[in-house]
Design a protein around this ligand. Sequence first.
Ligand code: NI
Length: 181
Amino acid sequence: MAIQPIIRLGDPRLAEVASEVSQFNSPELDRLIEDMFDTMAAEDGAGLAAPQIGIGLRVVIFGFDTNPRYPDSSAVPRTILINPHITTLSDETEDGWEGCLSVPGMRGVVSRYKHIRYQGCDASGAPIDVEASGFHARVVQHECDHLDGIIYTQRLTDPSKLGFTEELLASGRLTSDICSE
Ligand code: NI
């Protein structure tokens, strides 16, 4: 296990555009991905991007079966996605609460595309090409934003729809602790 510290909003590394991965099947890449899964598991997260542990490479991971933090969400397949590219499959968007391990304890409402296609590579360089909708699509959009230095707080549909999870739950504005990360 190599759980890494997660850097938080305000750290300039989170605002940088990450670099493409050019070398696959390398011990360094495998170690990075292992560390990311260990770190995500330790935080009960649904996804994690390499820049969140201070590594400026275009690598994201996501996926979970059942998670007490997302009781209303269906499972998302465990995925390693490198050098991702997202295509929107319709103009349809939906609002949903998101959180981020780099902004601990908070949730905000973000509008995301409902139907997307994502392409990229796995750790061996094999191509990935998947269509996703709903929560799955939201997680992918959230994680890929990290690779361009974008945090969900920059995408709030309404700045008043940002708050601490405990207060949002206590006031009933957030009915279950669902978030993208
Ligand atoms: Ni995040």
